[in-house]
Design a protein around this ligand. Sequence first.
Ligand code: NAP
Length: 291
Amino acid sequence: MSPGPDMSTDLYAVLGNPVEHSKSPRIHALFAAQCEQRLRYEKRLIARDGFSQGLHAFRAEGGKGCNVTVPFKFEAAAAAAQRLSPRAALAGAANTLGWDDAGVLWADNTDGIGLVRDLARILGRPAPRLLAGFHVLLLGAGGAASGVLGALIEARPAGLDIWNRSADRARDLAARHAEFAARHGVALRAVAEPEAGYRLLINATASSLDGMALSLPNATLHPGVLAYDLMYAARATPFMAQARAAGAAAEDGLGMLVEQAAESFALWRGMRPDTAPVLAAMQTELRGPRD
Ligand code: NAP
C-alpha cells in the first residue's frame, strides 16, 4: 500500500457516472504542486453497468490508483474484497482504490474522515467527541451515506437517525452499523420520517445532484440547525437554499471533498497535503473571491 519515491508521472483518476462536474483533478493537481509530486489525475466516465471493465481498462492504461464516485462505491469495495481497510469493510463501500507493488488491488474509504474533518473546521470543535450533545440526522443510504456513517458514530453524537427515500436501505444501513454504534454508546435508528430536535442534518442523498430539494417536515429546519450538503456547487444547492429559507445555517461539501482527497493522496503518496490553502483556492475558483 505504501508507494515508493515518485520518479515518474504516475496516473490517477476519478471513476464515476456522472463525473464531468468533478473537481478532484484540480484538487489533486494543487496537492501535487504543494507536495512536489509528479502525477496526472484525470476523469473517467464509466458506463453504469461497466465498473469492472472500466477499472481494468484504467489499470491497463497504467493507473496507480483511483477515486470512485457515484454510483460505484459498493462495487469498488466488492472489487477489492480481499484487501479492504476496516473503515471500507464497515461501510461496505470504497472511494479510494490502489494497486500495491505486487499488483494486488486494495480499497479504502476516506469519505468519513473527510466529512468529520470539515465539520470540525465549520463547528470549531476538536475531532474527538466532535458531535457530543448533538442529535444528528443523516439523509441517504447510498455509497456516500455508508462511507460517512462509521466516522459520524466515532464522533459520539447524542443520537443518530438515518432517513432514506427507500426506507429498507436505511434500515439495512443502520443494521450493518448497529454493533459498531452500540460499542461507541451511540443511539442509532433508521426512521420512516425525520423528527424534530436535530442540531445537524447531513444530506448524503443525490437529491441536489438532481436539482431537487428534499421533502422534510418543517420542524427539522430552523435557526440553530446546521444543514450540511455533501454536494457542492458554485451557488447554494437546493438543500442549502431550503435550509437557509427556514433560518438554518448551511454548508456544502467542498471542504469534505478537499479533506477526503487529502486522505486519498496520503494513502497513495505517503504524504499529507495542507488542506487549508487548497480549500481557499477551490472556494475562489468555484465561487469567485469573497468580499
Ligand atoms: P448513490 O450511491 O447513488 O446513492 C444515492 C442516494 O441518494 C440514495 O440514498 C438515494 O436514495 C438518494 N437519492 C437519489 N436521488 C434522490 C432524490 N431525488 N431524492 C431523495 N433521495 C435521492 O450516490 P452516493 O455515492 O451516495 O452520492 C450521494 C451524493 O453525495 C452525491 O451528490 C455525491 O456527489 C455526494 N458526495 C460528495 C462527497 C464530497 O466529498 N463532498 C463525497 C461523496 C459523495 P434511494 O436509496 O431511495 O435510491
